[in-house]
Design a protein around this ligand. Sequence first.
Ligand code: SF4
Length: 244
Amino acid sequence: MKEIDNPIEAPVDQSRTNPLARVFDELVRFCRSRSMFMLHYCTGCGAIELPPAMTSRFDMERLGIQPMVTPRQADILLITGYVSIKTLKRVILTYEQMGSPKYVIGICSCTVNGGMYWQSYATAKQLDQYLPVDLYIAGCMPRPEAVLEGMRKLMDRIRSGEADGWKDYYRRYDWYLGNQQHLFGDDWQTPADVIGEASHYDLAEPGTEGEHTRLLQQCQKPLEPQQTFFQIGGSLEKKGESHE
Ligand code: SF4
């Protein structure tokens, strides 16, 4: 991953000719990097180092980073260790529910290359084959100091405009989807309209659609409405129907 020599020096966006617009962009990036909600998906044993990183000893909140309980309001998705194939489906569902811009951090060597589970049939070996990973924090398991250092690095990358994995997901969605289909089967689908979002952010490119998105459209089934069951007295009620 490319190191940032001076995080204050952001690459100049040539399309923004107005100097005031550039100052505004810089201000937005600065504010964004200092106020982030983090959703930590505790997939593996590396999660054990997060409580000390978040609580009084290391106090991650002083950097402007707070835990968040829903993907809709989160900016950072933290994957804390090996990801089983079953779990990876939930991780992708979670990622696609987050609003953009959004960032992914892979903690632990298991997210980089499979770690000690590199031979397992049940784990995904390389997280960035399925999701855009903005930063890896390697180690088995990385200590809270390393987690905080990684967070600082991500903040620098956001401020300099280099943390743009979310854009890559839209631009090369067909490639990511192809890897997901290879692992989960041709009928893999999520409720998110990623192609529509790519158009919304003006990030639809030739890699957004292709053979895999066409396969998705062929196999896509309407999602079933969730059924609610509840107990009244001795009978089980479902959507107003009674079952004796
Ligand atoms: S790198 Fe080590 S601590 Fe982290 S998930 Fe893998 S086995 Fe567990």
